[in-house]
Ligand binder design. Structure first.
Ligand code: ZN
Length: 80
């Protein structure tokens, strides 16, 4: 069995569905899955993070820039 290399950083790359601005950072884009994750993180920090849904054309133009966790990379690789 090959070990999963947790050093590997792989961007999500799915079509973005929302845009948001994390305090002190530039505007970023997220797919529905990562939008959910980011909202949970923000809530855990007691922050209100506003997410703006993208218009259909913008969804095509932007992809999710979030880095996948090791488990997510493994799941994608296993998906063929
Ligand atoms: Zn994503």
């Amino acid at each position: 069995m090959a070990n999963v290399n947790l050093e590997v950083k792989m961007e999500c790359g799915l079509p973005a569905s929302v845009r948001y601005t994390w305090p002190g950072k530039d505007e970023a884009f997220a797919c529905p899955v990562h939008a959910n994750v980011i909202q949970h993180v923000a809530r855990a920090l007691g922050m209100h993070l506003q997410m703006i849904p993208l218009a259909p054309l913008d969804r095509v133009a932007h992809t999710c820039e979030n880095v996948l966790s090791g488990e997510e990379v493994e799941a994608r690789n296993g998906d063929g």
